[in-house]
Ligand binder design. Structure first.
Ligand code: NAD
Ligand code: MG
Length: 385
């Protein structure tokens, strides 16, 4: 039996993971499930799966969680420290699917504990990629990418040497505003931005897909996971989201991974790796899909792509600053406080006014993250004054 923990169990990726886990109760035992504030869903999932411990991120909700788990024998815990402790307990397999830099400390704790860490939480890797990769090397943890593109690249690499890779081609759907002009984008509402044409996802990553910052974050993520050099990682817009990414080798042979746009496919790959398990996902019907289209990304209409590539090139604390400013701007957009085009503008402004030395520790990363959030707040105040 594989002992699994799911951080961010109530989210889109967390629920997709649980959907696979509950199909085979003989194969998986649940150690820890966590959520930020949804006590009811967390308690129900913990009871259903017989989890050992349930952790709620918001400390003030401890009493509510304890009450919701009364009589179940399931341990209740709350707060940031409790998330880290639950990760440090170790599991054979941990899904890191908290959204945002909030997932950094628990993900680091899981990596330090060893075992296998399935990583969906791209913001943690973007902010602290060097430190996370070091932690995995030191503990011997296996880091498996769950982001569909990175999971595809991992599959296309199939153990080949990175020295043989000529290019990594990161595909992008282009998001809901792929064909929109800047003038049209300016008027887009949160509801329009989260309506992704192919994938059903949490609100934050859906907005990131609309600005294409998601692909920018994924570029940085790829550079840490597959260090072939930034100039060898290209972005290609592919509206159907059927090819999830490609690897071109130096002999000019190119491998692609294809599948329906369903996160349970890459999650199942990471859950069973190095084996395979059956999933309830739709088989790919290429005759019905008929055609696959490709186009170059438009850096003018999607400035987030340019900002992220520059941040990746600079390295150090710059990706953490980019990510933090983006998290603040996306939250403000979802709240209706700023316009769609303001998101990348705020990120660019923060990157121009604030730099931090190369982080040597997670606390350094979190300090740069906090300062970038404060700076983004100030930029926004000026904008909305
Ligand atoms: P979501 O918003 O649906 O779920 C987020 C989860 O994190 C929830 O369980 C929530 O309770 C928890 N959470 C949020 N803030 C927290 C905090 N401060 N402390 C503790 N827990 C907190 O998000 P999602 O779409 O499932 O995405 C999760 C991660 O996976 C993101 O990093 C995203 O970029 C990545 N990802 C998602 C998809 C997808 O299809 N949804 C695909 C690829 C990568
Ligand atoms: Mg992705």
């Amino acid at each position: 039996m594989k002992r699994v923990s799911i951080f961010g169990a109530t989210g889109s990726v967390g629920l997709s993971t649980l959907d696979l886990v509950r199909r085979d109760p003989e194969a998986y035992g649940v150690v820890a499930l966590t959520a930020n504030s949804d006590v009811g869903s967390l308690a129900a999932l913990a009871r259903e799966t017989g989890a050992q411990v349930a952790v709620i991120g918001q400390e003030r909700l401890y009493g509510a969680l304890k009450a919701a788990l009364a009589g179940s024998g399931i341990e209740a815990a709350a707060g940031e420290e409790a998330l880290v402790e639950a990760a440090a307990r170790g599991a054979d397999w941990t899904m890191a699917s908290i959204v945002g830099c909030a997932g950094l400390k628990p993900t680091m704790a899981a990596l330090k504990a060893g075992g296998t860490v399935a990583l969906a939480n791209k913001e943690s890797l973007v902010s602290a990629g060097g430190l996370m990769m070091d932690a995995a090397r030191q503990s011997g943890a296996t880091l498996l990418p769950v982001d569909s593109e990175h999971n595809a690249i991992f599959q296309c690499l199939a153990g080949s040497s990175l020295d043989d890779v000529a290019r990594i081609i990161l595909t992008a759907s282009g998001g809901p505003f792929r064909t929109k002009s800047r003038a049209e984008m300016a008027a887009m509402t949160p509801a329009q931005a989260v309506a992704h044409p192919n994938w059903s996802m949490g609100a934050k990553i859906s907005v990131d897909s609309a600005t294409m910052m998601n692909k920018g974050l994924e570029l940085i993520e790829a550079a840490y996971l597959f260090p072939v050099g930034l100039d060898r990682i290209e972005i290609l817009v592919h509206p159907q989201s059927v090819i999830h990414s490609m690897v071109e080798y130096r002999d000019r042979s190119t491998l692609a991974q294809l599948g329906s746009p369903d996160m349970r496919i890459p999650i199942a790959h990471a859950l069973a790796w190095p084996q395979r398990i059956a999933t309830p996902c739709q088989p790919l019907d290429l005759a019905r899909i008929g055609r696959l289209d490709f186009e170059a990304p438009d850096m003018e209409r999607f400035p987030a792509l340019r900002l992220a590539r520059a941040a990746a090139g600079e390295g150090g604390a710059t990706p953490a600053i980019l990510n933090a400013a983006n998290e603040i701007a996306v939250a403000a957009f979802l709240d209706g406080r700023i316009g769609f085009l303001d998101i990348a503008m705020i990120v660019e402004d923060v990157l121009q006014r604030y730099g931090a030395p190369r982080p040597g520790t997670i606390d350094d990363v979190l300090a740069a993250d906090a300062e970038a959030r404060a700076q983004a707040g100030q930029v926004m105040e000026r904008l909305t004054a």
